[in-house]
Design a protein around this ligand. Structure first.
Ligand code: NDP
Length: 272
């Protein structure tokens, strides 16, 4: 029988994860199925329990359930523990569930491996203080940036998150309106504004000459924030497709013990 995996989220229709994992399985010869599950906002925990009781081997967890997955995991990786958010659940041999967070590794791999962007000494602005920001702050700090400023529409949420994660390194926080007059070498958008084709209300001129822009969101057409990056003369203005594939590869290798090649899968999705 094929091993069963799936991604659970709400909404889920748009998810590219089944395509990505099917491509990884073909490439590595692993025998598995990977489905989409529309998670019920009331019944998420029961649905997860049912999936694993019925023999499921692993789940990816996406918006808005990452924090609830963190709560229900029986054990956590260091990164998931720090982020207080889980995007990968693994069925362990003793019947327990282990929680991992591969979002941060996915972002770092895409920037540093796929795009050769060194982050040490870099002035980084991270927009948004939601579930995705939680997962990427620690891995960004581990790269040794000159500064990491977390800015959010609701400044108190940036403050809370910066406080919670302060053990991982220095994280500054502010509101969006306080960014005027500052300069950053890399601006990362982890807000959900793009879902409505909006961008967070950031001032023009905060991207340093030669600076990069990275939108965690991805879409068939350039996202609103990628377009904003181009308007600011970004050296590169990237969307989150590479991160999506890289975080999936990390989940896949945690589940199957084999690391797939990501470049052909990114190329396949980019040209689709
Ligand atoms: P959350 O809902 O947890 O985060 C929402 C954040 O967005 C909050 O900080 C909120 O600010 C901010 N926000 C929402 N609307 C606006 C707006 N109009 N202007 C300014 N700020 C706004 O979402 P996630 O963190 O889970 O996900 C964020 C994005 O990242 C999504 O688009 C998701 O698809 C993408 N993502 C991509 C991944 C990838 O692999 N490429 C992986 C994970 C996420 P406030 O606190 O003020 O409400």
């Amino acid at each position: 029988m094929q091993d069963r995996y799936a991604v659970i989220g709400n909404p889920i229709e748009h998810s590219k994860s089944p395509l990505i994992h099917a491509a990884f399985a073909r490439q590595t010869g692993e025998n598995l199925t990977y489905d989409k599950i529309l998670g019920d906002l009331e019944q998420f925990e029961r649905e997860v329990a049912r999936f694993f009781q019925q023999g499921g081997r692993g789940l990816n967890v996406t918006l808005p359930f990452k924090e609830r997955a963190w709560r229900l995991a029986n054990s956590l990786s260091e990164q998931a523990q720090r982020a207080k958010a889980v995007n990968t659940l693994i069925a362990m041999p003793d019947g327990t569930l282990r929680g991992e967070n591969t979002d941060g590794i996915g972002l770092i791999r895409d920037l540093t491996k796929n795009h050769n962007r060194l982050l040490s000494g870099c002035r980084i602005l991270l927009l948004g203080a939601g579930g995705a920001a939680r997962g990427i702050i620690g891995p960004l700090l581990a790269q040794g940036p000159e500064r990491l400023l977390l800015a959010n529409r609701t400044p108190s949420k940036a403050q809370d998150l910066a406080r919670q994660l302060s053990g991982q390194g220095p994280v500054e926080w502010s509101g969006l309106e306080d960014l005027e007059g500052q300069q950053f070498d890399l601006i990362i958008n982890s807000t959900a504004a793009g879902i409505n084709a909006e961008i967070p209300a950031v001032p023009d001129g905060i991207l340093a000459p030669g600076g990069w822009v990275y939108d965690l969101m991805y879409a068939r057409e350039p996202t609103a924030f990628v377009i904003w990056g181009r308007s600011q003369n970004a050296f590169k203005s990237l969307d989150g497709l590479g991160m999506l594939v890289e975080q999936a590869a990390e989940s896949f290798s945690l589940w199957r013990g084999v690391r797939p090649e990501t470049a052909p899968v990114i190329a396949m999705l980019s040209s689709a």
